[in-house]
Design a protein around this ligand. Structure first.
Ligand code: ZN
Length: 272
């Protein structure tokens, strides 16, 4: 099982109430750290990186309103590229969320709200929808973003680009795009056997209340949708080793467990 497959598996088991569900980061050292692009929604603050079961130092977090990528060379793509090149990110995950207000806001409403803030329509680009990257389907938005990232000249072919959707009520992760499917065939190396540990090993999650866990009513979606504009699969010999190398990564031996559990409801203003 590869890193994000293990993450989703452990996440689903934790959401279902399995208190032994977890992830052993040392088993996936070659796939860490990961880079996640998420929305700015503050409800996500308490969900990451615990919903992935990763320690904070293995989680590079990029955020923008709506987790939108507008082109293969957009500002967000430049940050993703630097996160790989400068911070050693090994896998990219674009993680949308349920109940996204960017998704729910129409162009008319957006213009009204901007006007209320003193932003005049005449000073905005003609196609406001395209400019802000507004979207009507969170899943389609994730697929589109994964397509741009996968085809970006800034991202190497060996970096998996995944798309996931997280439920802000439960912390449950669902696949939208499985980035391993579009990797060159000779670059996927099976990791060592996954090990799981108990919740008792994780001191930093003591603030979470198991009793407050909510279970989704819908059927668990397990099918990864096809990615939109996939680049051609490249089968070629591995490139020569780089002249300069990044300092060796340190991976904690301690086991992190994803408790995709809704935090204390004090901070929650909206529910699904
Ligand atoms: Zn959002």
């Amino acid at each position: 099982m590869r890193l994000f497959e293990a993450i989703v598996d452990a996440n689903h088991r934790a959401v279902a109430g399995d208190t032994s569900a977890g992830l052993h980061p040392a088993d996936f050292a070659a796939a860490l750290p990961v880079i996640a692009l998420t929305c700015i929604d503050p409800r996500l603050n308490a969900l990451f990186p615990s919903a992935l079961g990763l320690p904070g130092e293995q989680f590079i977090w990029l955020r923008n309103a709506g987790n939108i990528i507008t082109s293969p060379v957009s500002s967000t793509m430049r940050s993703l590229a630097l996160a790989c090149a400068v911070k050693g990110g090994e896998e990219i995950a674009i993680i949308g969320h349920t109940d996204c207000h960017v998704c729910q806001t129409t162009t008319t409403v957006l213009l009204d709200q901007l006007k209320a803030l003193g932003v005049e329509r005449s000073r905005l680009p003609e196609n406001v929808n395209d400019f802000f990257g507004m979207f009507g389907s969170e899943r389609q938005n994730i697929i589109k973003a994964c397509g741009f990232a996968r085809s970006s000249p800034l991202i190497g072919p060996k970096i998996p680009v995944h798309g996931l959707l997280i439920d802000v009520g439960t912390g449950k992760l669902d696949w939208v795009v499985n980035g391993y499917d579009t990797l060159p065939v000779n670059t996927v190396t099976p990791p060592p056997k996954t090990q799981f540990a108990s919740l008792g090993d994780l001191g930093s999650f003591k603030d979470f209340e198991m009793g407050e866990m909510k279970f989704p009513d819908m059927k668990i979606g397990d099918a990864a949708l096809p990615e939109a504009p996939a680049p051609p699969v490249v089968v070629s010999p591995p490139p020569p080793p780089p002249v300069a190398t990044l300092p060796p990564k340190k991976h904690p031996g301690k086991i992190a467990v994803p408790p995709p559990i809704k935090p204390r409801p004090t901070f929650s203003s909206r529910r699904n």
